[in-house]
Design a protein around this ligand. Structure first.
Ligand code: FAD
Length: 455
């Protein structure tokens, strides 16, 4: 490919997601001037025209933010947290309320203990964590759990962690990108259909969108999250799965009582956040919302499909998003798991119906490390995916790694970790160390009609 210069035309597909918008931001900050974003959906504040992108994993009222000690995310954790605290694009959207990561089963407690010890031995993280070994210590840090079902819980308390206002932070990146003059194309005209390949050289020279338009580029970055394996054949390296999100509405008085509670995560149950005041564009519809998620191996949605690069149809888990299918609900067993999160962590609300529930998609690699690499057969086509369910926290920093890759500055060790690695993939989807995920086709209660919007 032609050498990368500050004038090279760079297209980011999935440009309003976590990794795509972060990549665009770092490209702008390093002086690149010819950047185009393509996405099905616009940034949240484009919603008057396109509706918020509930497709993106990034599209959410809050996400957990905290230091990590695994793989590349761990190595860049100091940069990540520093940007959440200090970078003008991000600092207004990070809420450092602390985090409890707990469990009650002996094998899970042992895993947490190992993670705690690794943090203790880390020169910069040792002061940030504390082991909470019994109910009393847990309630001292999370008083709202006094009525929760927390007998037998032990875990790690992290003072310097909390949550990020996900939609608002992504929107803030979008506003910054507009100041830099980044071109943005959304809707059908921004929806990737296939890459353009120069037959003589096999080089990727751009993309064709669903409306048939050709977009020429020197570099194409596919940051399409859970959709990646259904768009480009990834040889089984990523398996897309969904988890379930639910919203509980609180009165103002209730919200006041739960204000600033820490993020509580229990891998056997799920996790929840403090209430957030959500402004609605219609008068009188503002609400206080607590967000909850379940924790389990995730669900796939396996289908025969022919992504670019596959010679014949392959079985791939293909996301079905709430924004494209707004009448979809969630599987009955998922709803039961979420009720359990309420019963365990917020028993005061155990009779209260959810005001919203939907499925949110990520794509897992076997080793939970990113797939950031050039396509092995098509120079100029880059993959920036494999989020493995832990990448929102890296909104400020993931793009710096993608840009290092584009510039050839990533270390040999990181290139090895992020490399195209078929055979080390996760075709059974068990990369999280548990049982293989169930497929949505086995479950009742989630799909409602064929009301597909553009996706
Ligand atoms: P996304 O953010 O999903 O972006 C992909 C983009 O590609 C989207 O904008 C989409 O519209 C676009 N796209 C798709 N198809 C096309 C196409 N054909 N053409 C153009 N554009 C396309 N992480 C954390 O760090 N903390 C958390 O607390 C946390 N909680 C989570 C809870 C749940 C329930 C789930 C499901 C995930 C959670 N995650 C969390 C994970 C996190 O959301 C993801 O790791 C991250 O958002 C993935 O980023 P991404 O850029 O790869 O994909």
């Amino acid at each position: 490919t032609a050498p990368l210069t500050h004038d090279s035309a760079i297209i980011i597909v999935g440009g309003t997601g976590t990794i795509g918008s972060s990549t665009a931001l770092h490209l702008c900050r390093r002086g690149y001037k010819n950047i185009s974003l393509l996405d099905v959906y616009g940034y949240p504040s484009d919603s008057a025209t396109y509706g918020p992108s509930q497709s993106a994993g990034a599209s959410d009222i809050n996400k957990h933010i905290g230091p990590s000690n695994s793989g590349t995310r761990g190595e860049i954790s100091m940069m990540t947290m520093d940007m959440w605290r200090n970078d003008p694009v991000f600092r207004n959207y990070y809420h450092e309320v602390g985090e409890l990561s707990a469990a009650s089963q002996p094998e899970h407690i042992a895993d947490l203990r190992r993670s705690y010890e690794a943090k203790l031995n880390h020169p910069t993280k040792s002061k940030e964590v504390k082991w909470l070994g019994n109910r009393e210590e847990i309630i001292a840090h999370c008083p709202h759990l006094a009525h929760g079902l927390v007998d037998g819980w032990q875990g790690i308390w992290t003072e310097k962690a909390g949550w990020g206002a996900a939609n608002d932070a992504v929107d803030s990146v979008g506003k910054e990108l507009r100041k830099y003059g980044v071109k943005m194309v959304f809707g059908q005209a921004g929806t990737f259909d296939r890459p353009m390949i120069d037959e003589a050289t096999t080089r990727c020279i751009g993309v064709i969108t669903k409306d048939g338009e050709k977009h020429y580029a020197d570099r194409v970055v596919m940051a399409t999250g859970a959709w990646s394996p259904s768009l480009i054949d990834l040889a089984g390296q990523c398996v897309s799965k969904c988890w379930i999100v639910a919203h509980l509405e609180l009165s103002e008085e209730e919200a006041r009582r739960y204000k600033s509670i820490p993020v509580v995560y229990n891998e056997e149950v799920g996790f929840c956040f403090e209430p957030r005041f959500i402004r609605h564009h219609e008068p009188g519809k503002n609400r206080w919302i607590i967000k909850l998620c379940d924790e389990f191996p995730g669900y796939t949605r396996l289908m025969e499909t022919t992504p670019f690069g596959a010679e014949e149809p392959v079985e791939v888990s293909v996301p079905r998003s709430h924004s494209a299918h707004p009448t979809d609900t969630v599987p009955e067993e998922g709803r039961r798991r979420l009720r359990r999160v309420v019963e365990v962590m917020l028993p005061e609300f155990k009779e209260r119906e959810f005001v919203k529930s939907y499925m949110c998609w990520c794509t897992d690699t076997a080793d939970a490390e990113w797939l950031f690499c050039q396509h092995p057969s098509h120079p100029g086509l880059y993959l920036a995916t494999g989020d493995s369910g832990h990448s929102f926290v890296t909104l400020p920093s993931a793009g710096s790694q993608v840009v290092d890759l584009l510039e050839g500055k990533a270390s040999a060790e990181r290139m090895r970790r992020w490399a195209w690695r078929p055979g080390q993939g996760d075709p059974e989807g068990t990369g999280r160390g548990g049982v293989a995920p169930k497929d949505l086709s086995e479950l009742d209660g989630w799909a409602h009609g064929d009301d597909e919007r553009a996706e």
